[in-house]
Design a protein around this ligand. Structure first.
Ligand SMILES: [Zn+2]
Length: 298
C-alpha cells in the first residue's frame, strides 16, 4: 500500500508536470495589456499585437485596430469596459495585418468597420486563401476609404483618415485627430525594428513609406501612437525618416553600380537573412524590399 501510494504520487506529479508543460507550450503566460491615457477621451492600449487606439465619443467608442487573436480582442474590449460603459460602435483599421485585425472576431457584429480599399482587398484575398491568420469572415470592413483624405465626424469626434500611397501595405490608413493633435500611424511607424517593414506581398513600397512618413510629420500633432512600441515625438519620426532616406539612397547607389543583393546587404551592415522557422512568413528586410523595387522589370 505504502509503495503504491508513492508510485501513484509519482505518476500524479508526472502527469501534473506534463500538463503544465502542455499548458505553457500552448499558451505562454501573456502579460496583461496596458492602458495609456493621452487626453480625457483618448487612450492607447499596448499588448497582444499592434497597439490599439480608443476614443470615447458622445454615445459610443471608436477603436483603432483590434489585436491579434479572439482572446486579445476580448481582453481589449474588457479593458475598454474599464474606461467607459459606452459600447464600441466603430473600428478603424490602419492596415490588413492579422496582429491589427484578427481580434475583431470577438467584437459585436453590426458595428462599423472602416478600412482603406486596399486593406479590404487584402483581407478578401487572405480569407479566400484561408488557413492560419485569415481575417474573421464575419467582420470584414463595412465602410471603405477611397480618397487620400477623408474628414469624418463620428459621434462628435473629428477625425481625418489619410492615405498618401502604398507604404507598409497597399491599404494603409493613418488616423489623425486634429482637435487632440494625436496621430495613430499604424505600422508605418513600428519601433521594434530599426528599419521600416515593407510588405512587398501586399504591394507596399519603400518610396511610398518615405512619402507617407513625410505626410505624417507635416500634420499638426503633439503625439504619435505607432503600430508597435511607445509613443513617438515628431523628432523621433524625423530621425527614423532621415536614417531610412540615407539607407535607401545607399542601396540605390549600390544597385546602380550593379551590386548583388548579398553584396548590398553586407555593404549596408545588415545581418544575414533569417531562415524560415515554420512559424509564419519571413518578411523581406528593408534592404531587400528596396533592392527588389529598384531591380523589378516592368
Ligand atoms: Zn503590426
Amino acid at each position: 500500500m505504502h509503495c503504491w501510494h508513492r508510485f501513484s504520487f509519482g505518476i500524479a506529479v508526472a502527469i501534473l508536470c506534463a500538463f503544465a508543460t502542455l499548458v505553457s507550450a500552448q499558451a505562454p503566460a501573456a502579460a496583461p495589456f496596458v492602458t495609456h491615457q493621452l487626453k480625457p477621451n483618448v487612450y492607447w492600449i499596448e499588448g497582444g499585437g499592434g497597439n490599439s487606439g480608443v476614443i470615447v465619443g458622445d454615445k459610443g467608442v471608436i477603436v483603432i485596430d483590434a489585436k491579434t487573436t479572439p482572446a486579445g480582442g476580448k481582453e481589449l474590449l474588457d479593458d475598454i469596459a474599464k474606461i467607459t460603459p459606452k459600447p464600441v460602435t466603430t473600428v478603424i483599421l490602419t492596415h490588413s495585418d492579422g496582429d491589427h485585425v484578427n481580434g475583431l472576431a470577438s467584437f459585436p457584429t453590426g458595428i462599423t468597420i472602416i478600412a482603406q480599399e486596399g486593406n479590404k482587398k487584402e483581407q478578401e484575398t487572405a480569407l479566400a486563401a484561408g488557413g492560419r491568420g485569415a481575417p474573421p469572415a464575419g467582420h470584414l470592413p463595412t465602410q471603405v476609404v477611397t480618397k487620400n483624405k477623408e474628414n469624418l465626424k463620428i459621434d462628435r469626434v473629428k477625425l481625418e483618415l489619410l492615405h498618401w500611397v502604398p507604404a507598409h501595405t497597399s491599404g494603409d490608413l493613418v488616423v489623425y485627430l486634429p482637435t487632440e493633435k494625436i496621430v495613430f500611424t499604424g505600422d508605418i511607424i513600428a519601433t521594434q525594428f530599426p528599419d521600416p517593414l515593407i510588405h512587398l506581398e501586399k504591394n507596399g513600397s519603400s518610396e511610398g513609406w518615405i512619402t507617407t512618413t513625410k505626410g505624417i510629420i507635416a500634420l499638426n500633432s503633439d503625439v504619435n501612437v505607432p503600430g508597435h512600441g511607445m509613443v513617438q515625438t515628431k523628432s523621433d519620426i524625423q530621425t527614423r525618416l532621415s536614417n531610412t532616406e540615407t539607407k535607401r539612397a545607399k542601396v540605390k547607389d549600390l544597385v546602380a553600380k550593379g551590386k548583388s543583393l548579398d553584396e548590398i546587404r553586407s555593404a549596408v551592415g545588415d545581418p544575414p537573412p533569417a531562415a524560415p522557422t515554420g512559424r509564419g512568413p519571413v518578411f523581406a528586410s528593408f534592404t531587400e524590399a528596396v533592392y527588389r523595387e529598384l531591380t523589378k522589370k516592368s
